[in-house]
Write a protein that binds this ligand. Structure first.
Ligand code: FES
Length: 252
């Protein structure tokens, strides 16, 4: 992980609710894997790179890597950006998602968040013929999906968080990644886990992962503000995250 500078090369409006920014970045960031992110700060031309510091940056997950120095991120259309905007980036932050070796079917859940932090995994999984279902819950239902690969099955959950053929989907999935918004994230994950427990008798280890997007005040393991309790240990999402086995995470 290191601090580098980048700029917004291009901005594309992909639909009514979201835009994609193409960032010209340092080559070291083009090797990021799904699960890893960048800590970003907008800077001016006179930025003093000698005196950079990690604190209070935005967490941006790449959704696509186009070339050795172009990383694409997705933001709500209402957020104002301009091409040429300079950025200071610390990254890569966090650990790549750990997929099962024999993965055939994967269930992705976005609850009160856009699914952006899950999107970088789509091309490599589709290339391996993995079937992907994306369920949008809560305010995630406002997200439009017409720009996602058409092989992905997209479902909208009801207000009570259920969706058609839920038992079948949960039985079919070899692995589940549940991404939650940064508000009351542990409660949201608890709701997802309870839903599964009501419909599946066993939840094995390394089956369902909660993916967190909490604010990372330093992002480098220095402040311990992001600390989480797991069964028998404490973990730092900025170093060990963003995904944690939900059967290990202390959710209350
Ligand atoms: S954000 Fe400071 S230790 Fe994780």
């Amino acid at each position: 992980m290191k601090e580098t500078q980048a700029y917004i090369e291009r901005i594309k409006r992909v639909n009514r609710v979201c835009q994609r920014l193409e960032l010209a970045v340092d080559k070291s960031l083009s090797a990021m894997l799904a699960g890893q992110a960048m800590l970003v700060r907008r800077i001016d031309k006179d930025y003093d790179s000698e005196n950079w510091e990690p604190y209070l940056r935005e967490l941006w997950f790449p959704v696509e890597i186009l070339a050795s120095n172009i990383v694409v991120v997705e933001h709500p259309a209402r957020t104002h950006f301009l091409p040429g905007q300079l950025l200071s980036i610390i990254g890569p932050v966090g650990q790549p998602f750990r997929f099962r070796q024999k993965l055939r079917n994967i269930l992705l859940i976005a609850y009160h968040t856009t699914p952006a932090a899950l999107l970088l995994m789509l091309p490599p999984l589709l290339a391996k013929q993995v079937s992907i279902t994306l369920v949008l819950m809560g305010s995630a239902r406002e997200y439009e999906t017409n720009h996602l690969p058409e092989e992905i099955e997209v479902m909208q959950a009801e207000d009570n968080l259920t969706w058609p053929d839920m038992v079948m989907t949960l039985g079919w999935a070899d692995q589940v990644f549940a991404l939650v918004g940064p508000g009351d994230e542990l409660s949201y994950l608890n709701e997802v886990l309870q839903l599964m427990r009501e419909r599946r008798s066993d939840i094995p280890a390394n089956y369902v992962f909660g993916v967190l997007q909490r604010a990372l005040p330093c992002g480098v393991g220095a402040c311990h503000a992001c600390m989480l309790k797991l069964r028998g240990s404490l973990k730092l999402p900025c170093i060990d995250g963003p995904a944690f086995d939900l059967t290990e995470l202390q959710l209350n």
